[in-house]
Write a protein that binds this ligand. Structure first.
Ligand SMILES: Nc1ncnc2c1ncn2[C@@H]1O[C@H](COP(=O)(O)OP(=O)(O)OP(=O)(O)O)[C@@H](O)[C@H]1O
Length: 304
């Protein structure tokens, strides 16, 4: 089956436990957002996928088989430390890298032209990489990950430092690559972008995958929240069992419901005091979910 599986990866650097039984899977044709605080283990996971690092335990599989050199050659990788030669012209560099991946000169040239045009840097291929802006260097780096039409894409913070137009282009390209059938895995701290772009999200904390799934699946693991626009303040909620105020601003109150039916009591209590202008379930954003998961002392260890 065409899926990229990370199975119970464990890795220490000396006394630092970077990964601890980290598991998740990215299906072919899916965009997967890999999020977590600084130092939570994202880059370590990706480096293990690429074979740059050896895990202490666990493995990564593609189509059910452990990744070997051949499969790794079919990965398009954008490393966090951008690995371009500063004095080489962008176009020459892309052709050179594509040839390392096995394309002949004509195909490499064609792929370079196609991707630099697509990524909006067609005019800059004659410039030395060091003379490009950081954002344009990043576009070159993405082009380098794409020229050999990879089967799998693994991108370490591809969006950091990009302007809004470049973010849009990069997002479209990732969507197109997944539609072509590649699993696309990328890390990012831009949670609004991850929410918009990804089919599924994995949240890693201290080297453990603490939540993964579609946004709706992640929301289902939470206690439902309701927003009510009615009485001012929060004192009218305090006596309702299974209802807890988590935010209040003037007449707008967000209530977390820990007992089914408690939301109806919240509504009745509000109506008893006056008009209710709005009463609706809240849909927490990825930022809200992330905050809850990452600040929780009780990670759902090993959850997939
Ligand atoms: N070469 C190394 N030697 C020692 N410790 C390391 C090394 N590389 C990473 N670490 C440690 O391993 C842990 C995981 O780091 P990693 O770079 O994988 O995190 P990350 O999630 O990619 O972080 P960021 O979001 O900041 O890029 C951190 O505690 C980090 O300090």
């Amino acid at each position: 089956m065409a899926r990229l599986e990370v199975d119970s990866l464990t890795k220490s650097y000396g006394s630092v436990q970077a990964l601890s039984h980290t598991s998740f899977a990215v299906e072919a044709g899916e965009v997967f957002g890999f999020v977590g605080s600084n130092g939570s283990g994202k880059t370590t996971t990706m480096r293990i996928m690429l074979g740059v690092l050896e895990p202490d335990a666990g493995e990564v599989r593609w189509q059910g088989r452990p990744l070997d050199r051949e499969v790794r050659r079919r990965i398009g990788y954008m490393p966090e430390e951008r690995g371009l030669y500063p004095r080489m012209k962008a176009g020459d560099q892309l052709v050179y890298l594509a040839r390392l991946y096995g394309l002949d000169t004509a195909a490499a040239q064609q792929a370079m032209e196609r991707w630099t045009t697509r990524l909006g840097i067609g005019e800059r291929v004659g410039d030395e990489v060091q003379k490009l802006s950081l954002g344009n260097q990043q576009r070159v780096q993405l082009a380098a990950a794409l020229t050999h039409s990879p089967d799998i894409l693994v991108l370490d913070e591809p969006f950091s430092g990009l302007d809004p137009v470049a973010v849009e282009v990069m997002s479209e390209v990732l969507r197109e690559e997944s539609a072509r059938g590649a699993p696309v895995l990328f890390s990012s701290h831009q949670l609004d972008l991850v929410e918009r772009l990804c089919d599924r999200v994995g949240i890693i904390k201290n080297g453990r995958m603490v939540a993964s799934g579609t946004l709706d699946e992640l929301r289902r693991t939470e206690h439902p929240q309701w927003i009510l626009d009615g009485p001012a303040g929060t004192s009218w909620v305090t006596d309702i069992e299974g209802a807890r105020v988590i935010a209040n601003e003037g007449s707008r109150t967000t209530v977390e419901v820990r007992r089914p039916g408690a939301e109806q009591q919240v509504l009745q209590a509000a109506l008893a005091l006056g008009p209710v202008r709005e009463f609706a379930p809240a849909r927490p954003s990825l930022t809200d979910l992330y905050r809850d998961v990452v600040s929780s002392d009780d990670p759902k260890e090993g959850e997939r």
